[in-house]
Design a protein around this ligand. Structure first.
Ligand code: NAG
Ligand code: NAG
Ligand code: NAG
Ligand code: NAG
Ligand code: NAG
Ligand code: NAG
Ligand code: NAG
Ligand code: NAG
Length: 510
């Protein structure tokens, strides 16, 4: 293995080869060349499987109101390249003249090779977190993620596939205006669809497009409920819903997605957590007492042998059974930079232009979307203080809906052409193995769970190789993505792009 000691140009590395000891030298130029080559290889979007349009015609919108929303792509503050044409601003959630609630959106047409027949909708989660995080740090045409000194072009922007609409929803999120009053996910869906109707009146050239509902984290709850609402009320929206993407999604109870798999997760990544033996022993004892130990082997079988039980009586955790918080608190003792969204982060905590989430203890300033000149450039309300995740509760009395795995998700999978559930393997806030439990306890298209096991190394990313696992049955494809934390399009952009190509029918193989 190479040991790189940066300031030294010639680094000798001792490689033990049986009994012989050989010396290798690598120059800094060599190192650079290797890395450049790797970066170039990664940058190239695998084109063999991409559906290519015959040169996208620029979208023009005939409704004169559309021009009020036009964003000058070469005039975005602090961005030194042209991000292309886009449209952004506020639109109401209904056509009522007295409507006070408005959602903020940012729409991008497809890039030169994208499809004009499709429309991707993206929302972040929270509840109350802004989809502008997704746009700026995950799947938009420009990238200004944690630790980046300045924005760069995102070579794996989803706008390379088709039009994309990022919406800050529900009411109470980001720049969106009005007082939140929803109590459940059906009301959230109703308001979002109301907004979409208003959006399609202004941007009517988008009517009739194939629609993909996508989102991450708590949007794992939003997206199935919105999709279900659209499928069950087909006359409301002049769009043709095809399928959903949910990544690192909230689909079920906390005990399932956070507690049961937490100690197994620590064992799997023992080197990263580096807990001492005394603490590990305590954790193991607690996991055993709480019925978490061995749960995966016993109940998560392919096919399942019946409904999967809860480990105790609570859907969060029974008294004395909150191992997730124990792990989090102790991880912080030896690594104050420990990041539940990507477990291998260490000091320094990276600066974040959006002030979240790699950067909890830091006070970043200014936040990009709080700059007056940025707000002006993107038709955002100047007087609204933007925060990545809302300080007010967007469900004033909580979200009364049951998790979607127990309600709408099976119907959405059944009505969709394709559905994908995606999970980053290095995410600790929601754990991939917990999502396996959710899937094995869910019945869709006539059977419960996956019938055959999820094979290792089964997710093959074009041009890269094995990148985690992939398993597909009865219209549902599940991916566990290697080297990715919670935000899959941010941490594994090549993988995320390929998964979207599959979801959209641009490639046959997942
Ligand atoms: C689309 O717009 C760009 C920039 O305004 C221009 O360079 C290009 O020629 C246009 N393409 C078409 C097909 O109209
Ligand atoms: C867009 O912004 C650029 C850079 O500020 C400016 O040169 C150009 O005139 C602007 N275009 C329009 C149509 O306002
Ligand atoms: C707003 O108008 C709608 C009908 O257009 C009416 O049903 C509703 O009660 C009005 N709301 C308020 C707060 O005035
Ligand atoms: C993808 O989008 C980026 C940003 O718009 C662009 O620079 C890049 O050329 C696109 N790649 C392809 C393959 O279209
Ligand atoms: C599995 O599903 C059943 C029926 O919906 C439910 O009662 C049970 O709590 C679920 N188990 C888990 C582990 O979520
Ligand atoms: C563990 O499971 C056993 C047997 O099902 C049950 O009696 C016990 O109460 C469970 N323990 C906890 C902490 O829930
Ligand atoms: C082991 O870890 C626990 C929890 O972080 C801590 O309280 C204890 O002092 C540690 N023991 C040693 C020897 O570091
Ligand atoms: C898959 O990999 C895990 C470790 O990552 C290992 O424990 C397991 O045995 C492997 N499964 C198969 C079927 O090889």
């Amino acid at each position: 293995m190479l040991t790189m000691i940066y300031p030294i140009i010639l680094v000798s590395v001792l490689a033990a080869l049986g009994n012989t000891v050989g010396a290798r030298k690598i120059t800094r130029d060599d190192m650079r060349a290797h890395q450049l080559e790797a970066a170039q290889r990664f940058k190239r979007t695998p084109h063999n499987a991409v559906k290519r349009s015959n040169g996208v015609q620029n979208i023009t919108f005939s409704n004169p109101r559309a021009s009020d929303f036009y964003v000058n792509g070469s005039a975005l503050p602090l961005v030194d390249f042209d991000i292309g044409p886009s449209w952004a601003g506020l639109l109401p959630i209904s056509g009522n003249a007295n409507e006070t609630r408005q959602l903020y959106f940012w729409f991008f047409p497809p890039g030169p090779e994208g499809s004009l027949d499709d429309l991707i909708f993206w929302t972040n989660g929270g509840p109350g977190c802004s989809s502008l995080e997704g746009l700026l740090q995950e799947n938009g045409p420009l990238s200004w993620a944690w630790g980046q000194a300045k924005p760069t072009v995102n070579e794996h922007s989803w706008t390379n596939l088709s039009s994309v609409l990022w919406v800050e929803q529900p009411v109470g999120t980001g720049f969106s205006q009005g007082t939140p009053n929803i109590e459940n996910e059906d009301q959230l869906a109703e308001q979002l669809v109301g907004f979409m109707q208003q959006f399609l009146e202004v941007f009517s050239e988008l009517k009739g497009k194939k629609l993909y509902m996508t989102g991450e984290s708590y949007a794992g709850t939003y997206v199935p409920y919105i999709a279900n609402y659209i499928y069950e009320n087909p006359s409301l929206l002049d769009l043709s819903l095809q399928g959903i993407w949910v990544s690192d999604p909230s689909l079920s109870w906390d005990v399932v997605q956070e507690e049961i798999p937490a100690v197994d997760f620590v064992h799997k990544y023992a080197g990263l957590f580096s807990f001492n033996q005394t603490f590990m022993d305590k954790l193991d004892k607690k996991a055993a007492r709480c019925n978490y130990t061995g749960y995966m082997d016993k109940y998560v079988t392919y096919p399942p042998t019946g409904l999967l039980p809860l480990p105790g009586t609570s859907v969060e955790f029974d008294k004395g059974c909150d191992v997730w918080d124990d792990i989090f608190n102790h991880a912080l003792i030896i690594n104050p930079a420990f990041d539940i969204y990507r477990i291998w982060d260490t000091y320094p905590i990276l600066w974040d232009v959006l002030g979240f989430p790699g950067s909890f203890p830091q006070k970043q300033s200014p936040i990009y979307f709080n700059r007056k000149e940025v707000k002006e450039a993107i038709h955002a309300p100047i007087d609204t203080k933007w925060t990545e995740c809302s300080n007010i509760n967007v469900f004033p009395n909580g979200d009364q809906s049951l998790p979607p795995a127990f309600t709408v998700l099976p119907n959405v999978i059944e009505k969709s052409q394709r559905s994908v559930i995606v999970h980053g393997l290095a995410d600790f806030i929601l754990i991939a193995e917990g999502t396996r439990i959710v899937i094995q306890n869910m019945t869709w298209n006539g059977l419960q769970g996956f019938q055959t096991p999820i094979a290792n190394d089964s997710f093959i990313v074009d041009g890269v190789g094995a990148y985690g696992t992939m398993h597909s049955e009865r219209g549902l494809t599940f991916y566990e993505v290697a080297l990715s934390g919670h935000m899959v399009p941010q941490f594994a952009p090549v993988a995320a792009f390929q998964i979207m190509q599959y979801l959209m029918g641009f490639r046959d193989m997942p």
